[in-house]
Design a protein around this ligand. Structure first.
Ligand code: CS2
Length: 496
């Protein structure tokens, strides 16, 4: 994007020009790095970076973040040109507020300089490594959690070329750290994976085994690396030209790394940091022994209902999540999904009502100031379905309950991946298993029952107990037939 003539650029030199309430809490360059973050996307900038800036501003500590972008050079260039400053615009119906954030101590581009990232991971000053790399970057089968290395990861783990994948960078970094005996470190997944701490530990263990790592470094990793589980939450759509324009208007300078987010934010973290950590509790995070119940609450209720809204909304031609919620009967169906299925599937954290949490979630989705595209939430469904909805179904079924509404969600995903909206518009299939999904569909009759058979056969996605449950299959096929024949509006009207 071209800079507006006469407008400066966000950076140390222009900080004094910002409105007083838009200035960062920390001045980049004043806080030494203690954290490496992999995945510099909008979510990290509006979530962990904000928590960390507030924690360091309140309680001190050498916890500057070195942000690593696995692929995007544009973002690294933009942040480097802005002295690592960026802004977050908090958007609600009541108006917007923009503030610059000074949590980043540096940025790196992994694709062009993987050696620098490996060296950072082996640096004794770095004691925490956080990740927001999206589900697919872990290269684990979504259903089972088994490592499925693609050729690039296999080369990273078994070859000695520069690492090109996230697990490759992590494993090379940990081995370099072990060789340098550079001190303990916490690896913190902030992705929406089930039991994300345990998944990341298992990824590292499987990757070390696949690489044929000798006992000594593998033993060092086992004794010096922790994997705290987390629940992360804030709705942060991908930035658009509008996001940058809003930030520029509020700041009076151009910010090419601006993000927009909802006001709500939450972070629950298992307190297992052998090398120390920022005082995140001073920024409102909940530190706990076990984040499991929080994680289930959020993945099943918020993310599960988000995906439901995204698939049904996209099929009905709605561009954003907030627009989708104005579909007649959808809010009723979502409330019944939450109350009758999701709430019945697990035990929430003490004192939390799943129904009340779900109502709050629906209020957040309806925020008209957040333009979160249904197609953005719909992408990578194969990686999201297990933790968002299939585990709900499995738990309900093992308790002998029917999972009525949850099976509608599976049918909505199936109809979505078949590729055609109710008005005939072609829907994009943006999913790492797109090839497998297309091949499975092509090998079966193009009917609702054929599509259900094809997709239940994706063993990487559907656990055997769900795929092999005749009642679940019949319910999904029934919903899929309704969606196929009558479309979303009539299906919802008939069900609510
Ligand atoms: C969304 C999440 O894109 C998606 O799949 O469900 O990114 C969601 O907005 C966040 O998890 C909210 O914390």
């Amino acid at each position: 994007m071209a800079l507006t003539v006469g407008t400066g650029r966000l950076g140390l030199a222009t900080l004094r020009r910002l409105p007083a309430d838009a200035r960062p809490l920390l001045r980049p360059g004043t806080v030494p790095a203690g954290i490496v973050h992999l995945g510099l996307g909008a979510f990290h900038r509006a979530h962990q970076a904000v928590f960390t800036e507030q924690a360091v501003a309140a309680a001190g500590g050498d916890w500057g973040i070195v942000g690593v972008a696995p692929r995007s050079t544009d973002l690294v260039t933009a942040l480097a040109a802005q002295d690592h400053l960026f802004s977050v615009t908090t958007c609600s119906g009541a108006g917007n507020h923009t503030r610059a954030v000074g949590a980043l101590a540096g940025v790196r581009h992994a694709a062009s300089d993987p050696a620098a990232v490996v060296a950072l991971l082996a640096d004794p000053a770095i004691r925490v490594v956080t990740l927001t790399v999206t589900e697919k970057a872990y290269q684990l089968e979504p259903g089972s959690g088994r490592l499925r290395p693609d050729p690039a990861l296999a080369a990273d783990l078994r070859g000695d070329g520069p690492p090109a994948t996230v697990p490759g960078l992590l494993v090379r970094g940990l081995l370099a750290r072990a060789a340098a005996d550079a001190g303990p470190v916490a690896l913190v997944s902030c992705d929406n994976l089930p039991a994300n701490g345990r998944r990341l530990r298992s990824l590292v263990e499987q990757a070390l085994a696949y690489a044929g790592t000798p006992d000594r470094p593998a033993g060092w990793v086992a004794g010096n690396v922790t994997f705290p589980g987390t629940m992360v939450d804030r709705i942060v759509p991908a930035s658009t030209a509008q996001t940058l324009a809003d930030a520029e208007r509020a700041l009076g300078v151009v910010d090419l790394a601006a993000v927009a987010a909802e006001p709500y934010t939450q972070w629950v973290i298992e307190d297992d940091f052998p090398g120390g950590r920022p005082a995140w509790e001073r920024a409102g995070a909940i530190l706990t022994d076990d984040a499991g119940a929080w994680e289930k609450l959020k993945l099943r209720t918020l993310n599960g209902v988000h995906s439901t809204t995204a698939y049904l909304g996209a099929l009905a031609g709605r561009e954003t999540v907030a627009d989708a919620l104005t579909l007649p009967h959808l809010p009723t169906v979502l409330r019944r999904l939450i109350a009758e299925d999701i709430a019945a599937s697990f035990t929430p954290p003490d004192g939390v009502s799943v129904v009340a949490y779900g109502d709050e979630v629906l209020g957040r989705f309806a925020n008209p100031a957040i333009r979160h595209r249904t197609l953005q939430v719909a992408m990578d469904g194969s990686q999201k379905l297990p933790q968002r909805i299939l585990h709900t179904i499995a738990d309900l079924r093992s308790a002998g309950a029917p999972a009525r509404w949850a099976t509608l969600v599976v049918a909505a995903w199936m109809q979505f991946v078949r590729g055609c909206a109710d008005d005939g518009t072609v829907l994009p299939l943006d999913d790492p298993l797109a090839g497998r999904i297309r091949a499975a569909l092509a090998a079966h009759p193009d009917t609702p029952a054929g599509a259900a058979d094809a997709l239940f056969g994706l063993t990487e996605v559907f656990p055997a107990e769900v795929a092999g449950d005749d009642e679940v299959r019949a319910a999904v096929t029934g919903w899929l037939t309704d969606l196929d024949r009558h479309g979303v509006a009539a299906t919802l009207a008939g069900a609510a």
